[in-house]
Design a protein around this ligand. Structure first.
Ligand SMILES: [Zn+2]
Length: 438
């Protein structure tokens, strides 16, 4: 990949200095992220990382690269709103018991792969991706735009308490467990501690807070029905987020936990596989998002060493189908994410996860969700959103030049996005071409 990036730099140097960052793409059929109708016969001019113009017969600035995209469909760069840079791409044993340096390096390598699958933006809902994000944004390493939540915060015995059984009872003299001291996760109990941890995570550079409001699958001490955090504690998280003009995302499967979250002001419910119609209606009426993933007990199903986790996995994935159907019926806002964990090979299936939505949605609905709709969710971060120069998730004048040229029409065949290696001819982020198969 470094070779392609270098080649593009060389190309840029060959043009005039003023137009070195200009690219004119002609001949593509354009899915703009919003409209079900492809735009044909229009050129897209990219300048200085942004889409400068869309129109018929645009003039190429002197020195601009001209890309003939005839036969291709242009789509906005894809967005995954439930991604874990630190946990996706290293084995569970490495993430849980390994060295933060190895975890960070594997996360950085995984980020390059993520970008090369066409995911140009991710919301990172837990981990320590800050260094990776900084180096990606500086152009030093390759990867997507990252909206980091930083260490996800949970209660003692909750979904983010991955300490060994022997870790409790604690006493005040105990040092923090490694994971917590290196910012991979955080724990807080009671309103004062919750307030302090939340502020610490915002200080690290989070664009939103991620907490656990209910039982988890991969964690072993919290049955699914357990509510995590009291109303006062959840309110404290929301208040701190609000002082930073951003919001709280909460890991939740069940009704009661979701109701507390909605009442306290949480804006996105992560997962939600066991929610009832009434709860989804409550979310809809309060403008709360359902950030759900197409997790199924299929060929991509997760496998857990702990039999309790495996049972919980089955219980949760048994709810996936009903959850999507119900969400559609109720009309709650639905976002797309994958939540791929602990497996770089499975991470390569990120696009295949997107294509799995065809069980419930049309190709148009799927592509819209993974582009402009997901971008709308990201805007909940307000001034903490790190990428504010223009909109993400759309092909429009003034938007970030994050785009993909697909060999074929994904609005007719959504399976094209399942194999980006074969079907994505060009991947551009911020006007820079990271994959060029043309
Ligand atoms: Zn997750």
């Amino acid at each position: 990949m470094r070779i392609v990036a270098t080649a593009i730099c060389v190309f840029g140097l060959a043009g005039s200095a003023a137009a070195a960052d200009a690219t004119l793409i002609t001949g593509a059929a354009i899915f703009d992220g919003v409209s079900p109708d492809l735009i044909v016969g229009q050129d897209v001019l990219v300048e200085d990382g942004m889409i400068a113009a869309i129109g018929e017969g645009l003039d190429a600035p002197e020195g601009a690269r001209i890309i003939d995209a005839a036969g291709r469909t242009m789509i906005p760069g894809l967005i995954d709103v439930h991604w874990h840079t630190s946990y996706c791409c290293a084995a569970q044993s490495t993430v849980v018991t390994g060295d933060i340096l190895e975890i960070a390096i594997r996360g950085a390598l995984g980020s390059e792969r993520t970008l090369l699958r066409g995911f140009t933006t991710v919301r990172d809902v837990g981990g320590n991706p800050f260094a990776t994000k900084r180096m990606i944004d500086a152009g030093e390493i390759l990867g997507p735009r990252i909206l980091p939540s930083g260490p996800p915060i949970g209660q003692t015995g909750g979904h983010f308490d991955y300490r060994p059984y022997q870790a409790v009872p604690t006493n005040p003299a105990d040092s923090q467990w490694y994971w917590y001291s290196v910012g991979l996760m955080a724990m807080a109990d009671g309103v004062p501690e919750v307030t302090k941890r939340a502020r610490e995570v915002m200080r690290m550079g989070a664009s939103q807070l991620k907490i656990s409001g209910g039982g988890g699958v991969s964690s072993v001490y919290d049955p699914l029905d357990v509510r995590q955090y009291t109303m006062d504690e959840v309110r404290a998280f929301v208040e701190v987020a609000d002082t930073y003009n951003t919001y709280v995302a909460s890991h939740i499967f069940t009704d009661e936990a979701a109701r507390i979250a909605v009442e306290a002001g949480v804006k996105t419910i992560e997962h939600g596989f066991l929610l009832s119609r009434e709860t989804m209606e409550l979310m809809r009426d309060n403008g709360v998002w359902l950030s759900v993933q197409p997790l199924l007990d299929d060929e991509d199903g997760f496998h857990f060493d702990d039999p309790g986790s495996q049972r919980k996995w089955i219980e949760v994935t048994n709810g996936t189908d009903a959850t999507y159907n119900l969400a559609k019926e109720v009309g709650v806002k639905v976002a797309f994410g994958t939540d791929i964990l602990f497996d770089p090979a499975l991470a390569e299936r990120q696009g295949a996860f997107l294509a799995k939505l065809k069980r419930w949605y049309t190709p148009y609905e799927i592509l819209k969700m993974a582009t402009s709709t997901n971008a709308e969710l990201l805007m909940l971060a307000g001034p903490r959103h790190p990428y504010q120069a223009g909109p993400l998730g759309v092909i429009a004048a003034g938007a970030y030049a994050d785009l993909i040229l697909v060999d074929g029409n994904p609005l007719a065949d959504i399976d094209l996005v399942a194999d980006p290696g074969a079907n994505f001819d060009l991947i551009m982020k911020g006007g820079v071409v990271y994959k060029d198969g043309l």
